[in-house]
Design a protein around this ligand. Structure first.
Ligand code: ADP
Ligand code: ASP
Ligand code: MG
Length: 409
């Protein structure tokens, strides 16, 4: 069987870790499998490379930045291939470009257009073990590109799809997908199975255990995922299509996200076209708007609040401010001190009481809700940033996610 095995930064953080990973990969091959390994950069190396760029440049042309930060993965793949050679495995490292990952021409967050995995297929056919640098590709203009932070997950899933692999294993520093971030909630339980939709909502709302675009790609191309530990090697969480039809728990997890900020446009005249103009201007300036809430109108005027990534806050304010007069609005208020807490679960669809219990729990915990948004399998509340950890723990307890009967098991 053909397996793609992806190892994150902590999993290959030092020489011992690289040798441990080599042992595991070699063992998987010895058991009769074909393996393609995909690696992240060692430890925090990518952060350090971005930091170096900050020290020498304020302009940071995208081409040069991508040239710089792709070094990290190049180093880890060469080292793993060497460690595998010591174990008698004929391994060969590839950059993203050599592995045939073709992207569009945008730097820093390029999109995959096509995969031409000929060199990987040839290596596999020759009994060799390809070790591929995650997070990177080559544009149609033949420049080195990166696919966005944490995108080694995406590289692994995209290669698994292109090579028609049986399974894509995401090895990380926790033993699977938990009912909440186990660093925040020690009682969180590992989920045995999960649907793509649920993992996608979890990724969308702040759980970074598998990168959001990777989950999306896996769902669209039907790539089965197994999220598991590179420290204990025990079986982790399976994510597949088959799970979608099974009986599901009401709530699978509680997530939180501190990466967004809120903007409120106050006293907007309540007439058609105002929201269209505001959000068109933001979209035209590539500001990613997430939640939007328009308050009940009184005296023909209303407040519109929306959230944007903290990184986009300054540019969103710059775009919105000149429109105030035109829109007839009174003021524009930026609030970086928010966070979002969300409940995700496929069984929520048929259980009308979930929202009520969520709001009651937050109220009993003394946490004020500033905005609410829902999908069919998620409820999110914006709260004060300093209250979010308490909110996560309270909701985790209120829905009994620490007991096997509470969550999907
Ligand atoms: P890697 O470097 O292997 O890609 P990441 O740091 O990107 O690892 O993702 C793993 C981390 O995701 C864990 O250390 C954990 O703190 C965090 N995490 C957040 N939410 C969850 C969750 N619900 N289940 C498991 N891990 C989670
Ligand atoms: N090394 C890259 C990053 O830190 C990609 C990854 O780790 O997935 O974003
Ligand atoms: Mg990751």
């Amino acid at each position: 069987m053909l397996l793609v095995q992806k190892f994150g930064g902590t999993s290959v953080a030092d020489a011992d870790r690289i040798r441990a990973v080599a042992d595991h990969v070699a063992r998987t091959k010895r058991h009769g499998n074909q393996v393609v390994a995909v690696l992240s950069a060692m430890g925090k190396e990518t952060d350090e490379l971005y930091h170096l760029a900050d020290l020498v440049s304020s302009t940071q042309p995208g081409r040069e930045l991508d040239m710089l930060v792709t070094i990290g993965e190049r180093k880890s793949v060469a080292l793993l291939a060497m460690a595998l050679a010591d174990l008698g495995v004929d391994a060969v490292s590839f950059t993203g470009s050599q592995a045939g990952i073709i992207t569009d021409n945008s730097h820093r967050r390029a999109r995959i257009l096509e995969i031409r995995p000929d060199r990987l297929s040839e290596a596999l056919a020759a009994g060799r073990l390809p070790v591929v640098a995650g997070f990177q590709g080559m544009s149609t203009d033949r420049e080195i590109t990166t696919l966005g932070r944490n995108a080694s997950d995406l590289t692994a899933v995209a290669l698994a799809a292109a090579l028609d692999a049986e399974l894509c294993e995401i090895y990380t520093d926790v033993s699977g997908v938990f009912t909440a971030d186990p660093r925040l909630v020690p009682e969180a339980r590992r989920l045995r199975e999960l649907s793509f939709e649920e993992l996608l909502e979890m990724a969308d709302t702040g759980s970074k255990v598998v990168a959001q675009r990777a989950v999306e790609y896996a769902r669209n191309h039907k790539v089965r995922l197994h999220v598991r530990s590179s420290f204990t090697w025990e079986p982790g969480t399976m994510i597949s299509e088959e799970y979608e039809g099974m009986e599901q728990a009401i709530i699978s997890g509680v997530t939180h996200d501190e990466s967004e900020a809120k903007i409120t446009v106050t006293q907007v005249p309540d007439r058609p076209g105002v929201a269209g103009r505001l959000f068109r201007a933001l979209a035209d300036n590539s500001v990613n708007v997430d939640m939007i809430v328009q308050n009940v109108s009184s005296d023909g005027r209303t407040d519109i609040s929306f959230t944007v990534p903290k990184a986009d806050l300054a540019s969103a304010m710059e775009v919105a401010r000149p429109l105030l007069g035109d829109l007839g609005a009174a003021d524009l208020v930026a609030d970086p001190g928010i966070a979002r807490v969300s409940l995700v679960g496929a069984g929520m669809k048929n259980n009308p009481g979930v929202a009520a219990t969520m709001f009651e729990t937050l109220s009993d915990t003394g946490v004020n809700i500033e905005m609410i948004s829902t999908s069919s399998i998620r409820i999110s509340c914006v709260v004060r940033g300093e209250a979010v950890e308490e909110a996560v723990r309270a909701l985790h307890a209120a829905f009994s996610l620490d007991s096997p009967d509470g969550a999907a098991s």
